[in-house]
Design a protein around this ligand. Structure first.
Ligand code: ZN
Length: 219
């Protein structure tokens, strides 16, 4: 009897751990993350928090279907909208490009408008608006991405950091000269560095001698 109870506990213990802490498993060379029982991690297995795996750009394995969203411990889930992605990191597919800094994300059969955090692309009617949109489209359209959603803005768009594999897309757009670092809302040092670099190399919109910041154009 005691032996049976012990066995039950023994087999339930890994499940219990998994549910509590949302751990997933990676290998030393792969780009995907897995559940503990996946055959891809039979030989090499590195335990990692799901949130860390997503932040580092690992994508979910298509064979074992590991979880694709994690609640950030600091923020409670909003009660009204179960499907809300705010304060979560989710893995979805980019299905639309509104402009350089706004895209549509498909996640679990729902679409979400994502405003890229900390950057500001030229507005429609400004120079380089189209070039910025095309740059973002070329990077993200129909790609699987992980999005770390930090906020929702007054237009109902989710504000987020987008990763394609290990690539931090918000920074790539600034680095290519298709966005300003949006300093009013962001003190991210990487974005600041990318803007300085783009200005120096006269990339994209910095080819103009006096580009007008989009936030001034909008006034
Ligand atoms: Zn797997």
């Amino acid at each position: 009897m005691r032996r049976r109870a012990f066995l039950v506990l023994f087999f339930l213990w890994p499940l219990f751990l998994f549910a509590e802490d949302q751990y997933v498993y990676i290998t030393s060379t792969g780009t995907k993350y897995h559940t503990e029982s996946c055959s891809y991690v039979a030989h090499s297995k590195i335990k990692i928090l799901l949130s860390d795996a997503l932040k580092k750009g690992y994508l979910p394995c298509k064979v074992c279907n590991p979880p694709t969203a994690v609640e950030l411990p600091s923020s409670p889930r909003p009660e009204s909208n179960e499907a809300s992605i705010i304060h979560r990191t989710v893995v979805g597919t980019v299905t639309g490009i509104t402009d350089g800094d706004t895209v549509t994300l498909l996640w679990h059969n729902q679409t979400y408008r994502i405003r890229l955090n900390g950057i500001d692309c030229p507005e429609r009617g400004q120079a380089y608006w189209k070039a910025a949109k095309e740059f973002t489209a070329q990077l993200l359209f129909s790609k699987p991405v992980s999005v770390h959603v930090v906020d929702i803005d007054r237009y109902g768009r989710y504000v987020g950091d987008i990763y394609l594999g290990n690539l931090y897309i918000n920074a790539e757009i600034v680095r290519a000269g298709y966005a300003w670092h949006y300093k009013k809302y962001s003190d991210d040092s990487e974005l600041a560095r990318c803007e300085i670099e783009a200005r120096k190399k006269r990339k994209g919109l910095w080819q103009d001698a006096h580009p007008i910041p989009p936030w001034e154009f909008r006034r």
